[in-house]
Write a protein that binds this ligand. Structure first.
Ligand code: XIL
Length: 450
């Protein structure tokens, strides 16, 4: 609890992010007045406050056709294999960071943020770890998390702390693995170890087949994240790998999944996007869905050219083997340029069980009010329900100092207000103290009827 509240309030990252946000805002104004849309994925995403990244293989950094596209188009990088357990700790307690360091150094010297991938996973374990079990394995895993997160401290913005820990199929439970057999608390133990080693990194849970909101696996991960946030286990983000093949297609309720995770108070990222045959519509929909959810902070594709893909036979990426832009590239770029920079998303109220989401949602829209030197007013209009509860997120260090026409309750961080109707109509309002951050504005997280 304290740990989590501490992470959220972490002033250093918040201030840095705020400063970067201001710079971006100034840039956006400049570009907008010049009536120019971004011409690369990274620049267009940045204008919308997002990142657009790619998986990178160290072995390709010597290919100038590859690095030309990488440096031109992307502002975020995920090492494709170089930070996995077998790569970073090939022998127990002998750490090997050469290839990972090369990618990090290339990324940082070109202004790209790095996602670390991944500290704990049942797959791509070195032989010595595959043969371990019980407390020996638990301790070895925690030592690995601590050592690797410490090595990359200050260089990695996000960590996929745990990857793919849930089972496919109808149960919604954990995947069987040597790590799972060390005890159900292995995931939170890994998150706590990563938090201790790098308190400023944002810590993510990452998985595939958690794209369809009604899938049992999605619901299982949702309940784990809900449990973590309610108990103060340090988690900041959920990554949806989104490898879309013939067997697991882009689902029509993808936006509901993104906004439902976001409503738990975590960021969401699309972390390994590739789509069989790169259909224009699916790439456009994924991009629009992310832009529609304020806490969807960015998209990473799993490789640059089709020839770089782990599924190269399916041609699932945005550039062909010759490095030319495909139609899906144009669709993504256009969607990024058309997208809103102040998204409010489609609010949903996720259910606590595996049943599909309820229909009792409403919409809440923000109207900015009077602004003073140290504070400003906001009013919110609710439509679609007579009685409602609306969750509003505030950016620390801003704080709501007074409210009207509703009954507020607060979460433990003080950054999230749930406002319930109290018979005063369908418009409520509040005053926010800026506390030095005059750029952030409240976001609607969800609106539920009843
Ligand atoms: C894949 C890599 O792309 C391949 O090069 C490697 O052989 C296997 O792993 N989910 C993940 C990624 O989290 O790490 C996987 O990457 C793809 C599926």
């Amino acid at each position: 609890m304290t740990v989590n509240a501490g992470r959220r309030a972490a002033p250093r990252r918040a201030v840095l992010a705020g400063a970067a946000g201001l710079l971006t805002a100034v840039l956006v104004v400049g570009l907008t007045t010049a009536a120019q849309a971004g011409t690369t994925l990274g620049a267009s995403a940045a204008e919308k406050g997002r990142f657009f990244g790619t998986a990178v293989a160290a072995s390709r950094l010597s290919d100038s056709a590859y690095t030309t596209i990488l440096n031109r188009e992307f502002n975020q990088v995920t090492p494709e294999n170089e930070m996995k357990i077998d790569a970073t700790e090939p022998n127990q307690n002998q750490f090997s960071y050469g290839n990972a360091d090369r990618i990090v150094s290339h990324a940082r010297s070109n202004g790209m943020q790095v996602r670390g991938h991944t500290l704990a996973w049942h797959s791509q374990q070195p032989g010595w770890m595959q043969n371990m079990s019980g407390s020996t394995l638990r301790n070895a895993m925690l030592n690995h998390v601590t050592q690797v997160a410490t090595h990359f401290r200050g260089q990695v913005t996000w960590w996929d702390v745990v990857n793919e820990a849930f089972a496919d199929g109808s149960g919604g439970g954990r995947r069987d693995s040597n790590l799972q057999r060390t005890g159900n608390d292995w995931i939170e133990a890994a998150f706590r170890a990563a938090d201790a080693a790098d308190p400023n990194a944002q810590l993510c849970y990452n998985d595939y087949n958690i794209d369809n909101w009604t899938d049992a696996k999605t619901q299982g991960v949702y309940r784990m994240v809900q449990d973590f946030t309610s108990r103060g286990v340090p988690i900041d983000c959920v990554g949806l790998q989104s490898h879309f093949t013939g067997g697991s297609n882009y689902p029509g309720n993808y936006r509901t999944t993104l906004s439902s995770f976001a409503a738990l108070g975590v960021d969401v990222h699309i972390t390994e996007l590739d789509i069989r045959n790169a259909p224009v519509d699916a790439y456009r929909n994924v991009t629009n869905d992310c832009l529609a959810v304020a806490r969807c902070k960015g998209i990473t594709v799993w490789g640059i050219r089709d020839s770089d893909s782990w599924r190269s036979g399916e041609s699932p990426l945005l550039f062909n083997g010759s490095g030319q832009k495909k139609s899906a590239y144009d669709a993504v770029l256009t969607a990024l340029n058309n997208g809103t920079s102040q998204p409010t998303g489609t609010p949903t109220t996720p259910p606590p069980t595996t049943t599909p989401p309820p229909s009792g949602s409403c919409t809440a829209s923000i109207t900015p009010g009077t602004v003073w030197g140290d504070r400003y007013n906001t009013s919110v209009d609710v439509a679609g329900a007579g009685t409602w509860s609306v969750v509003v997120a505030i950016t620390s260090p801003q704080k709501i100092s007074s409210t009207w026409n509703g009954s507020p309750t607060w979460d433990s961080s003080g950054n999230r207000m749930t406002m319930r109707s109290n018979g005063s109509g369908n418009t409520f309002g509040f005053t926010t103290m800026t506390n030095g951050n005059s750029s952030a504005r409240p976001q609607i997280v969800s609106c539920s009827a009843g």
